[in-house]
Ligand binder design. Structure first.
Ligand code: EPU
Length: 429
């Protein structure tokens, strides 16, 4: 559990943690390189540890270095990985194409991930089939085979970040050109393309909605520095804005945070953008604003739950519409427990009547970003907030307590064995 003594402005400067989603994509893509890749600025988060565990199941050798990992993908094994580990993260599935390209066959249990709505993999399957793979679902496992992958024309109905990353990576080892249209333009896609090009892949157009890949028969390992995490940076900036504080995040590319910074300004925060930093100062109370989540460069769905917490203490009525997932709402019941006034319409639209202050109480994280939303609420609330199920937050937030403490928050992690002590018993619902 995490305990937060709220109601204080957050003030200070931190370095942005590195990106969960870029790292997870790159840690699938290492598999297309017949060599050793060297990663630096690797985030210390639970999801990446699971990814490393999966790589090792497939025969990859991983050595920890001072600030990263050396990943040796020269010899791969054809094994059925442990389904319980595979289901812990969605990006296990993004290893299927690279393994297929290297080994000619692969069996992969269906993936998991946060409980935020249906998360099909149909675009991934159709794309791989267009490249010549034969894929069957047998007893809950995807069994894929291909003698030789060939380049294909792929069009997405919706610009899926994961399918763009997975198919772009696989196409690097397919014979001939692949063109992906209506591709996702997320910075994590561009980061992945940078890594693949360092491995000697030929990719044009990453970051636009049309990506062309000219497959090669062999790629090498490469060195790569994982970029900053837009979602963690955005969360800390919101924390500064909603507590009337001033937070500076260093080591970021401000243009990757544009949609979030514009909303913060619209809500009355002051935003200063430098070459590699962003500073946000909050007024005494933010104003209500409307937000609609969209694929990049729109407002990211991963900050929808945090922004609802932020707006729950803004002056006026805000409307936040989630358009990417149908069930990203686990935070709402918990925010109600803290005194937030949020009405949910149609399952995905939050109508938020800002209250002057929230009150700390015991709440439960139901998924990663719901957890981040409750942390923000706890920082702004009067009194003490105890957030349980912190393992969800650990999936994607690195050194959360240290970073918050550096910004002046009073926050501590309560080990499970302390929760039976008389003091902790007080916080039980
Ligand atoms: N979709 C399909 N079929 C597919 C793939 C996607 O219908 O085969 C739909 C999804 O159901 C969803 C939409 O397309 O409605 C977008 O999904 P996308 O594929 O873009 O999401 P993802 O790749 O599974 C990544 C991030 C998510 C983030 C989304 C959107 C990782 C590991 N995950 O997921 O991050 O919300 O892109 O930006 O990169 C998080 O970090 O909390 C998180 C959930």
């Amino acid at each position: 559990m995490i305990q937060i003594e709220g109601g204080r402005p957050l003030v200070g400067e931190i370095k942005s943690p590195s990106s969960k989603n870029a790292a997870l994509a790159v840690f699938s893509a290492v598999l297309v390189g017949d060599g050793i890749s060297v990663m630096t600025n690797v985030p210390e988060i639970a999801d990446l540890q699971i990814k490393a565990q999966l790589l090792e199941m497939f025969g990859v050798k991983i050595a920890r270095t001072a600030d990263g990992m050396e990943i040796d993908c020269r010899e791969l094994r054809d094994v059925l990985p442990d389904a319980d580990v595979v289901r812990k993260i969605r990006t296990s599935f993004y290893m299927l194409g690279p393994l297929l390209a290297r080994n000619g066959r692969v069996t992969m249990p269906a993936p998991g991930g946060c409980n935020i709505g249906a998360r099909p993999v149909d675009y991934h399957i159709r794309g791989l089939e267009a490249m010549g793979a034969q894929i069957d679902l047998v007893d809950g496992n995807y069994v894929a085979q291909a003698d030789n992958l060939v380049g294909a024309k792929i069009h997405f109905d919706f610009p899926s970040a994961g399918a763009t990353q997975h198919l772009m990576t696989t196409a690097c080892l397919a014979e001939g050109p692949t063109v992906i249209s209506n591709a996702a333009t997320e910075p994590e896609v561009t980061a992945l393309a940078d890594f693949l090009v360092r491995m000697d892949a030929s990719i044009e157009g990453a970051g636009t909605d049309k990506i062309t890949i000219n497959g090669r028969c062999r790629l090498n390992g490469a060195q790569f520095r994982i970029p900053f995490d837009r979602m963690q940076a955005g969360t800390y900036l919101m924390a500064g804005a909603m507590t009337g504080g001033e937070v500076t995040i260093k080591d970021v590319l401000p243009e990757h945070l544009s949609s979030v910074l514009m909303k913060l300004e619209e809500a009355g925060a002051e935003v200063e953008e430098g070459h590699d930093y962003v500073r946000v100062s909050g007024p005494e109370r933010l104003k209500a604003v409307n937000v609609m989540t969209m694929p990049h460069p729109g407002f990211p769905t991963d900050l929808q739950q945090p922004v609802v917490a932020m707006l729950s203490v803004a002056d006026g009525t805000s409307i936040v519409e989630e358009t990417i997932y149908e069930n990203r709402i686990g935070h709402i019941n918990q925010l109600h427990r803290m005194g937030a006034k949020i009405e949910l319409k149609g399952g995905n639209v939050s109508i938020i009547t800002g209250v002057e202050s929230l009150s700390g109480t015991s709440v439960e994280a139901t998924d990663l970003r719901a957890g981040a939303s409750l942390v923000l609420a706890g920082l702004a609330a009067q009194g003490e907030t105890t957030i349980s199920n912190v393992h969800f937050i650990d999936r994607g937030y690195e050194n959360l307590e240290d970073n918050l403490a550096q910004l002046g928050a009073t926050v501590r992690r309560v080990p499970l064995d302390e929760t039976n002590s008389p003091k902790e018993a007080l916080y039980k619902p």
